[in-house]
Design a protein around this ligand. Structure first.
Ligand code: HAM
Length: 430
């Protein structure tokens, strides 16, 4: 038996080798640039939180099946964050009086969920969170969050044929539960969760689940009418709450030029109990990848878990796994090349000349890697080539005294003597 340890990362997690890291960094840079253009400021917080903050009002599935939790050495029950929304709410509540409103914050935390790893689902993922708190007008805040959800894929060059934003309002659902189905309030989350699963299960299984939850045949029929008939159902049933809010949102989206990107979708529920109004999911439009890319909604009561003051809130979370797949599938982001200028080779006995040259060139703004040992020159050139360099620089003591270097172009094989000052112009224009 071998006693070597496995080199694989823990199940459902990823190692990021340099090339993968370059892709991730480029993706995050565009995300940051886009949300910062709307005035969102970056925050971060600890990986571990008290378990309580997830128990109060989040997703039953996350709390019961997916949370990484443990008791620490001081007997405190803690959890590795499975989502950022409770943390962000805790932070806003901490400074609720002094923060200038509206608060626009974003973060890109790594989150942990004990999931069965599969396509687009891992145990550790990074998630862009954008949240807007304390807006004077909630309708305009909903509009901005949806605008942002559209502008993120657009920033990578996507258009409305590539993705669609599907919106709903929890108040509509709750009102149907209350007024049309006469369900007691404790039953709402259970029925909402069944609706949330609808797209992932067969029609018969869906109806079976509703029946097991205690819904009559006529209630199930009404839900089917609601799910299948879009705004027609809403117009027929004008006693349902939240309808004017939804219609005005659709109107605002149209007036702002986003009507091709956003549609009303009664099947959108979202699996979190804290949503109180707008809920939405963004879907890939590619027939091979019709999956949810990200989602969010309005959660006006979560801050109330941490503070006597209340503050309205709306936001979304977008995972790096699903979004990177989207970008690759639609050919919207390539792994950028390394940002390196030249490789410095060294002569035996003159290694420190090379090191000093590297220091000077770095100080003048070039990215320089050196060989680490005066092995045969041919081998050093090979090292540089394998690492993707086009240029190698050599400088012996005589050249150093004259402030010149030998510049070798690996693709043409040319080698010429140039001054150190000229090097800068060559690379800045390359
Ligand atoms: P969520 O729908 O659970 O919402 O996650 C948001 C997104 O994170 C998903 O659409 C997906 O892109 C990604 N994601 C979630 N779980 C995984 C996983 N196991 N593996 C890979 N990607 C995953 C929330 O977390 C809410 N807290 C979002 C929010 C922010 N609502 C308001 N503000």
């Amino acid at each position: 038996m071998s006693n070597l340890l496995s080199t694989k990362p823990y199940k459902g997690t990823r190692d990021f080798f340099p090339e993968e890291m370059r892709f991730r960094t480029a993706m995050f840079e565009t995300l940051a640039k886009t949300v910062e253009s709307f005035g969102y400021e970056k925050i971060d917080a600890p990986l571990i939180e008290p378990l309580d903050i997830y128990l109060a009002k989040t997703s039953e599935e996350i709390v019961n099946q997916q949370i990484y939790s443990f008791v620490d050495r001081g007997e405190r029950k803690v959890a590795i964050r499975p989502e950022m929304t409770p943390t962000v709410s805790r932070m806003v509540a901490q400074k609720i009086r002094e923060l200038p409103k509206p608060v626009r914050w974003y973060s890109i935390p790594n989150l942990w969920r004990y999931e069965q790893p599969g396509k687009g689902r891992l145990r550790e993922h990074w998630q862009l969170n954008c949240d807007l708190f304390g807006a004077a007008n909630e309708q305009l805040a909903d509009l901005e969050i949806l605008q942002l959800a559209c502008e993120i894929p657009i920033a990578f060059g996507a258009n409305h044929n590539d993705f669609s934003v599907q919106v709903n309002n929890r108040r509509i659902l709750n009102s149907i539960f209350e007024k049309k189905l006469n369900l007691s309030e404790e039953k709402w989350p259970e029925v909402a969760r069944i609706l949330d699963k609808r797209l992932k299960i067969a029609e018969s299984e869906f109806e079976q689940m509703l029946a097991s939850a205690g819904l009559s045949a006529s209630s199930i029929e009404l839900l089917q009418d609601y799910l299948q008939n879009g705004t027609d159902f809403l117009q027929k049933n004008d006693d349902i709450d939240g309808v004017p809010e939804l219609l005005s949102l659709l109107h605002n989206l149209e007036k702002s030029g986003y009507q091709n990107f956003v549609q009303y979708a009664p099947g959108i529920v979202r699996g979190f109990d804290y949503y109180t109004g707008l809920v939405f999911e963004v879907f890939d439009q590619n027939p091979e990848n019709r999956r949810s890319l990200f989602g969010g909604g309005r959660y006006n009561n979560l801050i109330g878990n941490f503070s006597k003051d209340s503050l309205n809130a709306v936001g979304f979370g977008m995972g790096d796994v699903t979004f990177a797949e989207f970008l690759k599938l639609h050919d919207l982001l390539k792994t950028p090349p390394r940002q390196m200028h030249a490789y410095i080779a060294m002569f035996e006995g003159e290694e420190l000349n090379a090191i000093q040259l590297a220091t000077r060139l770095r100080k003048s703004g070039l990215n320089i890697e050196t060989s680490v040992g005066a092995i045969k020159l041919g081998k050093q050139f090979q090292e540089a080539e394998t690492k993707g360099y086009n240029f190698v620089i050599l400088q012996g003591s005589t050249e150093a005294n004259n402030n010149v270097v030998q510049l070798k172009n690996l693709s043409t094989g040319d080698q010429k003597s140039v001054s150190e000052a000229e090097l800068l112009t060559i690379f800045k224009n390359a």
